[in-house]
Structure formats: C-alpha cells, structure tokens
Design a protein around this ligand. Structure first.
Ligand SMILES: [Zn+2]
Length: 662
C-alpha cells in the first residue's frame, strides 16, 4: 500500500487508487465498469451539505484549498514578511476576507463610485463611458471584453468582444418550459430583487419584470453554446469604423477611448448577432439600464460584500443552481474568491513552494513525452487520413509546448495595492489593474511562456498557443504519484495528458495549426472523413440520458468526448512503451494485470457524486459529459479494455463496432 501525502481530511481522495483495488462484488466489469470500480465508494460516501459534487477532482481541490488556508492563515498575520509581491497580495487579501467586521463596516464603499455613476445615467449617450468603466472592472454588462492573442495570428494580441451578461446560466433558461428552468428563473428574480433592495435601488415587482424582460432580449440574441464552439463563426475582425456600421446605435469610438484610451485597436467580435442586438438595446430607457447594470455589478462582487449580499449570492448561485444546502467553510470561500482574481498566481506560488518537487516535474515530463509519442504513432497509422494531412498533423503534434508544474517566473503586479480592511476593493483594484496591464500589452508580441491558470488548480488545459498545461495542483495523488506503479499513473494522469493533447485535434482544435492559428490544413476528403467519424461520437453520447428528459448534448460536448475517447487510447499505448522500457512495470500486482490496473485507475479518477440540480445545470451549460459517461463511453469503445477484462463483443462495455477518431 502506498503512502498518502495529503492531510487527513483528504486521505480518502489521496488513497483513491488503493480504495479502488477492492471493487464491489457481484458487478460484471463488462456490464458497468464505472459501477464495478466505484460502487463501494459510492455506497460509502455521502455528499456533504456544503458540496454540489465530490469525487477525485473535488477531493483534491479541497485538499489543495486546505493547504492554502493553512499557509495563508500564517501569512495573513504578517503579509509584509512574505517574500514576493504575489504572496504579499494574497496574504493581505486573505486577511481582508477573514475580517468580517471590516467587510460589514465597509459596506458598499468600494463599489460606490461605480454605483454613483450608474445612478447618474440619464440618457443613452452616457452609456459608452459607463459601460467602459464597468468593463475595466471586468463586469460583463453585457459584453465580455478582454485582450487575447488574435486567433488567426498568434504573434499579436487583439481586443475581443464576446457575448455575456446574462443572469441565468444559459440563454435557454429564460424561455424553456420545464421545472428546472422555472425554478431557477424564480430564484434569479428573487436574487436580482434582493441585490437591488440591499443597494437601496428601486426593487419593486415592475422593476424586476422589466429587468427580466431586458435580459430576455439579450438571451434571444445569444448564440447557443454548441455554436459558440465554432471558431470560424466567432472570428469577426473589425475596427471601430466597421463596427459602427455593422452594429449601429452605439458610439463604439467613445466607448473604446474610455475603455482603452485610444480608438485605433483591432477588435474581434465573437457572436455578431448578440453584438448587433446589444447596440440596438442601448436605446432602451435609462431606468432599465440602471437596474441591469446595478445587478451585474453587485452580482460580480457579491461574494466580497457584507453578509446579506453574500447570502443572496449563495441562495441563487449555490443553492438554487447547484443544490448546496449550506455554504462552504469561510476560509475555503476566501481562497476561492482570491482564486477568481488576477492575483490567483500568488496562490500558486505558495502552493508550489509547499507541494511540488523537481522529481514530480521530471516524471510528469516523461509521461508527456510517452503519451505524445503514442499519439504520433496513432496519427501515422490512421487508415482514413491521407499523407499530406498526416504530415501537417505530425508537425502540429511536434510543436505542442508542454507547461508542467508552474511558470518559470512569477508576476510582479507592479502598482497593484491591496488593503487588509477592503476585501471588495481589493478585487476591484485587481480587475482594473489587470485590464490596464493587458491593454498595455496590445502592441507587444505575444508572450508564449505565459500561464493563464494558477499552479494550485486541479485541472489541465489545452491552451490557445498549441500548448498543454498541467499545473502542480493536479500532479498529485490520485492523478499522479511519483512513487506509484506505471499502470496507475498512465491510467490516471496519463489519460489526462492524452485528453489535453487530443484537444488540439478535436473537432474544434483541429481547425488550428502548429502555431495555434485558426487555419485550415486539411484536405477536403480528410476533413469529410473526420466529420463522419465525429458524427458517430455525437450519436454515441446523445444516446445517454443522465436525468430523465435530459440527454447529453452531443455537439456541445463533442470536443471533450473526442478527447476522452482518444486520450485513454493513447495513454494506454504510452503505458505499453513504458513497459517495453521496464518490463517490471508490466507485472501483475494483487492479482491485477497492468492493463487492468490502468483501467481501474481511469475509472477511479471519474468517480463522483453530484447533486441533481448541479447535474441538470451541467447538462445544459457544460461542455464536459457527466463523470460516469466519461468512463462508460470511452471504455466500451476501447479494444484494449475489452481484452483486459475479457468482455465479449456486444456486451454493454464492448461495442460491436467501436467508435474511434484518432
Ligand atoms: Zn477537456
């Protein structure tokens, strides 16, 4: 039995691989492998009232948060003694979040300048500078505005405008006639009314009706989530003049000057219908805009405001949408709040100093190299792809840049000031600082070494620069254990690596080239063959109905599903390469072959319990399929799995005609 390195509260998660070695009796692995591996854990585990979900990911998240809470609890006593700007900022912010008396005493003071400007809005002409000020505070009202590498030229940055600004989780929630949608609509109206009343603004029924009607118009103009995944459809370059002609009714030049201090920027519009509708909606009465902007601003900062605001945000976002019965412990919520700001990297600094070793970095790099090599072999052996496309696919694969553990240097946050008695003000200053910082980069070349996630995060990413990112936070048990056997590591973190590599070749990722630029490198027949294959993936997942009446959205989840299907396959082949190097890695342990341990580790990764509210919301809004299907679909279409557990073709876990893409 291996040693668990995490704190006692997280021991269950840390020892996941161990617990999984005793699957429940009486379940046939060829009928339901998810249950075969996880039934015992599911039976023994209760979902705590303050969680929407628990499982391998969530338990590690809790463990990482607890590590940070302890470190920050110590650092908050003397933030100035911390060695770097990032660590001083997060320590100060943790102190501010812990000082609930100061939060109550400050009230809405931090937001007052913006609230006053909203109160003073008297005509549509005054909207551009006001919306620019809110955008600088990173309040999407209703456009999300940000600087990012130009999708077609990743050497330079551009300013993006994307649809956002809805209070409900999805555009369809405004109109759908089902119990879930009705329930969260009611909860949202209560929430909006509460925020307005708490801020001393008009909050009568009519005001809320009008606000809701306004958001409904924004929702009607919004592109469906599955369509937002089309990178060509959401790439619409403009300058301020063409934008003015295209989306008339709003003074874009005035807005851009107020937002960026200049109006000569290249703009990339995502959802064109939404942006046009927004420009028209600026003609709505100022009173409607005032209510709408108040709610957007208060919602964005509610978690850092006095208790009644925080409680209202809990009742809506956590209880109504995700099914929580009670709030998370205060300290964990403070860490989450810090993690949502521009100084999140400071949490990563603390995390890496305490929980990441050069040995882990080295072993993880070997895993990435092995899984990449397996993907290379898969591409070379594809029978449906011609030589020219293969060559470009291989060049793209070779160009993928792995980012493992943590960035080489930490941000310095020059000019950003946090106060230990101003929790809301800290977040506002961080947002405005980040906006200015990113705008200052617009004329500089793209920095390809930058991390857009913090190293303490339990997740992995395929970035927009043809990179893959594995933060130190996920390079921990049960995902990765420098002392565990190869089959377990390749079945866990190896499949995560395979998943991220495949993202650059999923239905969306395949449209970007070796430099990460949106550019078509496919021959027509190869593109057609690819589409035919992924259509089968869509059909496979749309066959699943996790909640009665709610099927998986096959198009919304397609990229994740393709990445799951192929990720497991290439990680398995990478394991074979590792066994080739070190035959001992192929030994049978506790009666399980290496292949069996690989698949057990994979299924253990995805075990979880989730509240039905959170599950329904996930099915409507999340590009990831629910956890059990991330085991059932990929493994029932995997020949190596069928062989490892001797599943007969046609049994539930062994599709007669397996769906494969890569
Ligand atoms: Zn993914």
């Amino acid at each position: 039995m291996k040693t668990c390195v995490l704190a006692a509260a997280a021991a269950l998660a840390a020892c996941a691989a161990v617990a999984a070695e005793a699957p429940a009796d009486g379940i046939d692995p060829c009928v339901d492998f998810y249950a075969y591996v996880n039934r015992a854990w599911l039976d023994q585990t209760e979902l705590p009232p303050d969680r929407a979900r628990i499982g391998s990911f969530d338990s590690l998240r809790v463990a990482n948060a607890q590590l940070l809470e302890r470190a920050l609890g110590e650092a908050a006593a003397r933030p100035d003694a911390e060695p770097t700007p990032g660590r001083r900022l997060v320590a100060t912010d943790f102190a501010a979040g812990s000082d609930e008396k100061a939060i109550e005493a400050r009230g809405l003071a931090a937001l007052k300048p913006l609230l006053d400007r909203i109160d003073a809005l008297g005509s549509a002409d005054e909207l551009p500078p006001l919306l620019a000020a809110l955008a600088r505070a990173q309040v999407a009202a209703p456009l999300a505005v940000f600087v990012s590498p130009d999708a077609k030229d990743k050497r330079r940055y551009a300013l993006y405008l994307r649809q956002s600004g809805l209070g409900l989780p999805d555009r369809d929630d405004y109109v759908d006639d089902n119990e879930h949608a009705r329930r969260i609509r009611d909860a949202y109206r209560v929430y909006a009314q509460r925020l307005l009343a708490l801020a001393g603004a008009p909050a009568d029924e009519t005001t809320v009706d009008t606000l809701f009607g306004f958001e409904k118009k924004l929702a009607a103009a919004s592109l469906a989530r599955a369509q937002q995944r089309d990178p060509v459809a959401v790439y619409n370059p403009h300058d301020v003049h063409t934008l003015g002609a295209f989306a008339a009714g709003f003074d874009w030049a005035a807005w851009l000057r107020a937002y960026a201090g200049r109006d000569d920027l290249r703009l990339i519009v995502g959802e064109t219908g939404f942006v046009r509708a927004f420009a028209k909606l600026t003609a709505e009465p100022p009173a409607v805009w005032r209510s709408y902007l108040r709610v957007r601003l208060l919602d964005a900062y509610a978690r850092r405001l006095p208790k009644p605001f925080d409680a209202a945000a809990f009742a809506y976002h956590d209880a109504a949408i995700r099914g929580l019965r009670q709030p998370l412990p205060r300290a964990e919520r403070i860490v989450q709040a810090i993690g949502a700001t521009a100084v999140a990297e400071g949490l990563g600094e603390i995390y890496v100093a305490r929980a990441f070793s050069p040995k882990a970095q080295q072993r993880a790099s070997q895993l990435v190299a092995d899984v990449t090599a397996a993907m290379r072999q898969h591409i070379e052996q594809l029978d449906w792809m011609g030589a020219p496309t293969k060559q470009r696919a291989l060049a793209k694969l070779a160009a993928i840049a792995p980012k493992i553990g943590a960035p080489a240097t930490w941000r310095r946050y020059d000019g950003l000031v946090f106060r230990r008695d101003d929790f809301a003000g800290n977040a506002l200053r961080a947002a405005e600082w980040q906006t200015a910082d990113r705008l200052a980069e617009l004329d500089k070349p793209v920095d390809r070494t930058r991390w857009n996630t913090s190293p303490y995060i339990v997740n992995a990413y395929a970035g927009t620069l043809n990179d893959i990112v594995f933060p130190a936070g996920i390079l921990q048990p049960p995902f990765f254990d420098a002392d565990a056997d190869d089959a377990t590591n390749y079945g866990a973190i190896g499949t995560v690596i395979g998943h991220e590599i495949t993202h650059h070749f999923d239905d969306r990722g395949r449209q970007f080239d070796a430099d990460g630029n949106l550019a078509d490198w496919w021959t027509e027949p190869d593109a057609a063959a690819y589409k035919a294959r992924v259509d089968r993936v869509v059909a496979l997942y749309e066959g699943y109905e996790p909640v009665p009446g709610q099927r998986i959205n096959g198009r919304l989840t397609l990229g994740e599903n393709v990445s799951d299907l192929s990720g497991v396959q290439i990680a398995y082949d990478a394991l074979q390469a590792a066994i080739g190097r070190d035959p001992a890695a192929g030994a049978t342990i506790n009666g399980r072959t290496a292949a069996q341990r690989f698949f057990v580790a994979y299924a253990t990764l995805w075990r979880g319990k989730q509240r039905v509210e959170a599950l329904v919301n996930q099915l409507r809004t999340d590009p990831h399929s629910p956890a059990p299907y991330r085991v059932l679909a990929p493994l029932s279409n995997n020949a190596a799995f069928a062989a490892a557990f001797s599943c007969k073709p046609g049994s539930p876990m062994a599709a007669a005609q397996p769906v494969t893409v890569w």
